[in-house]
Design a protein around this ligand. Structure first.
Ligand SMILES: CCCC(=O)SCCNC(=O)CCNC(=O)[C@H](O)C(C)(C)COP(=O)(O)OP(=O)(O)OC[C@H]1O[C@@H](n2cnc3c(N)ncnc32)[C@H](O)[C@@H]1OP(=O)(O)O
Length: 299
């Protein structure tokens, strides 16, 4: 499913509420305005009432009834209130506003009012890459810094459930490394090989997984054939599991800045999906992320 059709799909999911933490941000309100126009759901905006209200007015949102402001005295309080609302099932998804990623994630991980669900939380980004015939999912580019093997299993599980929520029933997962052969000097190749065996032995389900694969032979059939790799995943991967946050973040940003890819992303594995875009992301990208969150919350 292309990201544009995700907006249509999300608009069919009736009655979803999104809690926005520290909504006093022009790009965030722009995305909320677009979401309201597409009737994606109801938005509760936590933040400075005056500033949020002024931005809503500027973006022409005052005619919408599906938007409410809840005043917070500080960014930290806005994050806590928004997270609490999701914790209490008053909202179905959380969106990051003008608050640092670390502040919001710490609230999300809070034991008393946070959104832990006994799983690893991980970032899942869905890209429309110009020239690609399918969405490309990258994980984890933004949350887990250096995941171990067990965390990678859960990162795969989270990405598989997001893939399923957008209609990819049995996604093909490439566990990426710099090379497609096991090299004990490159720990990512060892984890990737272990993950491939785990999938074949049924310890990971709902997907096909192979690795180690280098990026070229994960996504290009020509490159895979050139290397004579016999695999159901090589050349046609849907999900790219990256070894760590640095490689993932650079892949993410390369796709956006060099390849003009469109992206929508969520944190999965929590009680509810979380939209965690960076300030540099466009309002359009934030809209796609909201649509992805609403679709994955609904399933
Ligand atoms: C791609 C575009 C967008 C971006 O570029 S975003 C920018 C890049 N991202 C970041 O800067 C965030 C990177 N991650 C982090 O900073 C940290 O890992 C993060 C998420 C803030 C957590 O840090 P800390 O609060 O220091 O966590 P900690 O390791 O001390 O653990 C505290 C408790 O939380 C738990 N935890 C941490 N990460 C988790 C996860 N992924 N899933 C589930 N639980 C998690 C951890 O187990 C610990 O629990 P407990 O207190 O021992 O029970």
């Amino acid at each position: 499913m292309k990201l544009k059709s995700l907006i249509e799909e999300a608009s069919q999911c009736q009655g979803r509420t999104v809690a926005v933490a520290a909504a006093e941000d022009e790009e965030v309100i722009e995305a909320v305005a677009m979401a309201l126009k597409h009737r994606l759901g109801r938005f509760v905006l936590y933040g400075d009432r005056e500033r949020v209200g002024r931005l809503l007015k500027e973006k022409g949102c005052t005619r919408f009834s599906d938007v409410e402001i809840v005043h917070a005295n500080s960014v930290g309080q806005a994050a806590e209130l928004a997270v609490r609302a999701v914790h209490l099932n008053e909202a179905d998804a959380l969106m990051k506003g003008h608050v640092s990623t670390a502040t919001l994630l710490k609230a999300v991980l809070n034991k008393e009012y946070g959104l832990r669900a006994g799983r690893v939380l991980s970032h899942v980004a869905v890209f429309d890459v110009p020239g690609a015939d399918r969405p490309i999912i990258v994980t984890d580019a933004a949350m887990n810094i250096a995941p171990d093997l067990e965390q990678k299993v859960q990162i795969v599980n989270n990405a598989v459930s997001v893939a399923r929520s957008i209609g990819i029933e049995q996604p093909k997962v490439a566990a990426l490394a710099a090379v497609e052969t096991v090299n004990p000097a490159m720990p990512a190749t060892l984890d990737a090989a272990a993950l491939a065996i785990m999938q074949k032995r049924g310890q990971i389900s709902g997907c096909l997984l192979d690795g180690p694969l280098a990026l070229d032979n994960a996504v290009s059939m020509t490159a895979a054939k050139h290397k004579r790799i016999e695999s159901e995943v090589a050349g046609c991967a849907d999900i790219l599991l990256v070894p760590d946050i640095e490689s993932g973040n650079m892949l993410y940003k390369s796709l956006v800045y060099f390849a003009n890819a469109r992206v929508g992303a969520v944190i999965a594995g929590a009680k509810a999906p979380i939209v965690l875009t960076s300030r540099a992301d466009s309002a359009e990208s934030k809209l796609y992320s909201l649509a992805l969150a609403i679709c994955s919350a609904a399933k």
